[in-house]
Design a protein around this ligand. Sequence first.
Ligand code: KG4
Ligand code: ZN
Length: 339
Amino acid sequence: MRILGIDTSCDDTSCAVVEDGHRVLSNVVSSQVDLHARFGGVVPEIASRRHMEMMIPVVEECLERAGIALADLDAVAVTYGPGLLGSLLVGVSYGKSLAYGLGVPLAGVHHLEGHIAANFLREDPPPFPLLNLVVSGGHSDLILMRGHGDYVVLGETVDDAAGEVFDKVARELGLPYPGGPYLDKAAELGNEDEVKFTRPKIRGHKYGFSFSGTKTRALQELEKRGHSQETVRDIAAGLRKAIVRDLLYHVPEILVETGARAFAISGGVAANSLLRREAEKLAAKVGVPLYVPPREYCTDNGAMIASAGYFRLKAGVVSGPDLSAEASLPLSSWARTSS
Ligand code: KG4
Ligand code: ZN
């Protein structure tokens, strides 16, 4: 089954053709970084306009690279939320029209379910139950996946998402846009123990995350120490160490408690070098296999959406013409939240 996956949730126009949920025939991402860089962040109006210009060329390139025609598609999967409304609308309207025009089924995919599916873009899929740490610009979640379509949210951030903090602090450090990957590079050259960050206490949320205090502390240290290259690198290194420590803090305990057979990380922040290294160490120590997507499938892409769509359709979940773009789409719309 060949599925065209579309993601226009933020500032990348992404498309992919994926066969049987795991074999990527093509994956095209048209980045808008150049358009938003001078504003230091994504400008929603500009993003949606560029999606409108790029949607059809990106699909055409995607099909050409896959060596197939539109008529060879068996289904269409599209992110319908959460994200920027104007951006989502472009992908959803296009995806719906295409599926209708071709007479093939449509799968509306929650963006986070897509990120999780990035770890299924491989011949040997992870076993269940699978503990997922999903970390992006908008989310930091621990989600137990007991099977396709069967998710339990074990922990979420109570304030900022990890990616959001990386981006915000990177901007204040004077690093180029988008901040996360540049902060990661600067951190490689810094002393991670020069600026120390304590672990926040989060009342009432056993496995919750909190990053706003860490962000504030980084900004205060910057104010105090100035912007020398050395300071920038040290703050980047200290912040990265603290965020990675907090993200992985409860994972060993949860792996034991839930009997999860594997650990997976996904989302844009899963491209972070330290998170990848530390997750590797943790998994080896606990004795469970670790699944990490290649970097191109960590950040937003159409392949992960096609994969998630495949498993939805296989389970008989088909979206109708009433599928609408949803800027805010709670996890509970597709996953249970453990109390
Ligand atoms: O999943 P994604 O592409 O978009 C959202 O769904 O938000 O994630 C983007 C986030 C941004 O905050 C970006 O700075 C962060 O992922 N990111 C990184 C790295 N690469 C991307 N953060 C830290 N280190 C990286 N290497
Ligand atoms: Zn994302």
